[in-house]
Design a protein around this ligand. Sequence first.
Ligand code: SF4
Length: 362
Amino acid sequence: MSPPSSTDRVVATTSSASRSGTAAEPVLAVRNLRVRFRTARGVVHATEGVSYDLFGGEVLGVVGESGSGKTVSAMAVLGLLPANAEVTGQIHFRGRDLLGLPPAELRAVRGQRIAMVFQDALAALNPLHRVGSQIAEAITTHHRDVTRRQLRDRTVQLLGDVGIPNPSAAARRYPHEFSGGMRQRVVIAMALANDPEVIIADEPTTALDVTTQAQVLDVLERMRERTGSAMVLITHNLGVVTGVADRVLVMYAGKVMESGGIGAVFTKPAHPYTIGLLGSMPRLDQDGGRLTRIAGQPPSLLDVPPGCAFHPRCPHAQLPGPCATDVPELRTASATGHRSACHFADDLTRVSPSGPSLEPRG
Ligand code: SF4
């Protein structure tokens, strides 16, 4: 690798053409991912058969309530799950299955070619070290042959890129001297330090006020566009993925409930859970409508309901009937053209101005 400078970035030497990949060749392909944790209280079924593709340069939104398996599936990609996790399936990155990689090879991928933006910036940063040295460490972990001058230039450049004022002075400051939004920008700078091909952003705006959320998302999106990285954006808030994601994966109880293009899923949702999430989201394009909430709570992953995991909360459940006994497959719904794991997805019959609704069979 060439030594980096402020203009010669510390990057994986992948060309921009190969970074973007092709429609036929995803950068990241996850297949039938199952994560289980053996605990004293039983087996936690954290994810059950999650599959998705991430193509070069695109943003995949992964949405769902807490405990839906969003973060666990991301941690599995990075090999960051605790020792009691049992992981099966395939996680192909550039054609190599990460689940079969020796630890040293996985470490070489993690942080360099696939980077994570963690949700809690304060926890992600070491309070005892200056932010500049933490960004420098993210670089030297993968590139040991860089000079101090190159490191300093690259660190200042990254801080400037993510919109930190006076980046040269900021590099010498400690995390507690930054606001929450500025700390999250530092975490984004660390994730981008090696120009990763894939960024996994896990609830990157959760603890921030609405204005700062928008600024941080803007920085993330600007930087992603500049580097050509693909991004998995994990959030419980559908509003966050609007305008950012190309496609969306809706997760519930460790399973994918619906997936498709963001416009299609938002305007013609084919799963009652997605409809519930959309109904509870404030929207500027609908005036006067009341927000609704999804009744009940997500299930314990120690004891996932049989049949459709959503059936105890679903206003359209056919009970008694298949909803409580048969696990619905994720398949393309003819009415909407994207994939849904609902027995009655094809019965989506109308989309009213106040929101879509399902008309269940029978
Ligand atoms: Fe609701 Fe049944 Fe569809 Fe599940 S399969 S989302 S319970 S209608």
